[in-house]
Ligand binder design. Structure first.
Ligand code: PMV
Length: 326
């Protein structure tokens, strides 16, 4: 009744912002991401008839009551799906320090879901696992399949799932993550995206999605960084333009974020092939090929305000390990 899973965080090339169904976390648009090798969560789950309640812990970090409740809600989803009535003990560990801007909810809910199903010896398909992880945290469904992943928005729960577009070995792409702030984000994504339709621009972004998604699928298939980079920068800027024009507005960038954006543009003008993307926070993900990784890391480290640089390669999705945390 005990199992442990490891799941990577992921960075979206085409991003998810806004839902058509809040409870089921059905997104307004499909999204595409790559799994990150340097940021992952390990989660051990044990169900037992001897437990009289769920207990949730994290190695070396505080786990707020609110975060624990969200984990327990996800356990309820899994119990309902599998028909299990037992309580569970869960211990979780992140490979990256809290607040580094790496998406811990994606890796966390992916690892939890895969470990819990395995602990119950429930042989779910990858598709089913992504559907369940999505209910915990939307982007978590993209941390289960291998390498480069698409989350198909779908119209109902059964057809809103993620699948691999290409394995990790397909393309030596990397994400040089520049950390400019370790503060927790002030507005959580779940809350932030509830205000999407107060922006006058959101419909335009959604209308342009099918074309952008197709460009990204093709750029990944053809391994064309220039084509990929152009679209991912555009989509990150569009998403932040929507955030900034919501009521109340959400400003996730800070002055260091802006300095990095300008630097990336000048590095490109000098011939270095590097592109940026930014999630719901001020930290900047720099996408380049592995051959340019150390040059990019060196240039970015010297920018004022950059505290740490984390190197990530494309990696496989969630998987089971025998190294239990308890
Ligand atoms: O799934 P959540 O609640 O962590 O939301 C993710 C939202 C973004 O990171 C901003 C975009 C994305 O697709 O990852």
């Amino acid at each position: 009744m005990k199992a442990t899973a490891i799941a990577p965080a992921n960075i979206a090339f085409i991003k998810y912002w806004g839902k058509k169904n809040d409870a089921l976390r059905l997104p307004l648009n499909s999204s595409i991401s790559m799994n990150l090798s340097g940021a992952f969560t390990t989660s051990t789950v044990e169900f037992s008839p001897d437990y009289s309640q769920d207990t949730v812990g994290m190695v070396g970090e505080e786990f707020s009551q609110k975060e624990q409740n969200r984990v327990i809600t996800q356990l309820d989803v899994i119990r309902k799906f599998t028909g299990c009535n037992d309580y569970a003990r869960i211990v979780t560990k992140n490979s990256f320090p809290k607040g580094t801007g790496a998406a811990s909810s994606a890796s966390g809910f992916a690892a939890l879901t895969v470990a819990a199903l395995h602990a119950l010896s429930f042989s779910a398909t990858e598709k089913e696992m992504t559907i369940l992880a999505r209910i915990g945290s939307g982007s978590a469904c993209r941390s289960i399949p291998d390498g480069f992943v698409e989350w198909q928005s779908g119209e109902q729960s059964e057809d809103s799932y993620a699948y691999s577009l290409a394995p990790a070995s397909h393309w030596e792409l990397c994400d040089v993550l520049a950390i400019v702030s370790k503060e927790e984000k002030k507005v959580a994504t779940t809350i932030g995206m509830e205000g999407i339709n107060t922006s006058p621009f959101w419909k335009e972004r959604i209308a342009g999605m099918p074309e952008k998604l197709q460009l990204v699928r093709k750029a990944i298939a053809d391994k064309k960084l220039h084509e990929l980079g152009k679209v991912i920068e555009e989509d990150a800027i569009n998403m932040h333009a929507i955030m900034m024009t919501q009521d109340p507005p959400l400003f996730y960038w800070n002055d260091s974020t802006m300095r990095i954006i300008h630097t990336v543009r000048s590095l490109r003008a000098e011939g270095l092939s590097v592109y940026f993307t930014i999630d719901a926070g001020p930290n900047v993900h720099l996408i380049c090929e592995t051959k340019d990784e150390s040059t990019v890391a060196k240039k970015i480290t010297s920018i004022s305000g950059v505290e740490t640089v984390l190197l990530n390669h494309v990696t496989k999705g969630a998987h089971i390990t025998n190294d239990h945390l308890f």
